[in-house]
Design a protein around this ligand. Sequence first.
Ligand SMILES: [Zn+2]
Ligand SMILES: [Zn+2]
Length: 127
Amino acid sequence: MRLARVTSLRPLAEHVATSAAWLALVVVSALGWYATGRGLAFRLGAPDLATGVGLLCAAIVVATLFAWARGDAEARSLAALRCPACRGRLESRHEHAVASMPGRQLWSCSACGFGKIAPLTCPGCAA
Ligand SMILES: [Zn+2]
Ligand SMILES: [Zn+2]
């Protein structure tokens, strides 16, 4: 734990830089899609709906980007065997493919009960 505390500055800086980049991407995308949706509504002859359509487009983009960022963060946590929910240590187990079922990878956290199963075929899996 002490080692983790000493070296935690670098991941923190990376986290801040990544968050700032994500925030910039979200803001730029939301503004761009707001303008696009608004312009489209105007062009289609619905100026009363323009602001609403623009906001709807921006909201969809923001929701999509957040879902993307969350999936990205979860994938990185799983790869590092760190629980995405509580940051505890994850147990990982692989089940080879058998005739009736494809190979899969299982992750579980004994601290908080987090669990995830993903299809994964390794070189040792039966074809
Ligand atoms: Zn396998
Ligand atoms: Zn956990």
